[in-house]
Design a binder for this molecule. Sequence first.
Ligand code: MN
Length: 247
Amino acid sequence: MQPPLIGITCSRYIGGAWSQYSPGHYLDYTFNQYSRAVASDGGVPVLIPVAQTPATVAELTARLDGVLFSGGPDIHPRRYGQQPSRGLGDIDDDLDEMELQLARAAIESDVPVLGICRGIQLLNVSLGGTLIQDIASETEAPINHTQKAAKTVNSHTVEIVRDSLLARIVKQRRIWVNSRHHQAVGTPAGGLTVAARAPDGIIEAVELPAGRFFLAVQWHPEGTWDRDRFSKALFRAFVAAAADQIP
Ligand code: MN
């Protein structure tokens, strides 16, 4: 059996050592923990830059065995019918366009998808859901979802919905997760089910039960993939699904 090709979406960045030589030129980037986690379970990680067309998105969808929607900036609220709130962070409209096209194509073709942080928000918006633009300023008495500690440290619990895909993967009703997000899923899209919530009610995982493998989490399992068995189990299940081994 060939190892599955797992696409990992990149964000864009201007700065660092290159900005003085190429002002206005973006770097495509993502944290290497995504690739390391995918590779550790036998997947072949392939980074997906922002520059795509409908034709290249169609090729990616046809050739990739799984797509991981990674963390990144905020999604432009026009994508879910809202005006910007005061707490909205940085946005990248070209990134939104590419990832929304890729998400719709992957879901249409039933390619296994894993969403992480921005990824859960992107997948929800791609199916017609909305977001909370800024948890701290738009919800009452939330727990802290923007931990100062590194992503290697878990900071709050999530309650996992019984009989969900996530429950089958981690085999627990409650796990500790890290938390580095100021946005969250608002209204879940039709067809999506909530698979986990934080103690303050914030949605931390959603699934598309009709899909072959569709799981999206608000935390960062790539930050703890090598030290936390639940994070490891999540990547293992995703790569196995991409290799046609349905959990
Ligand atoms: Mn959180």
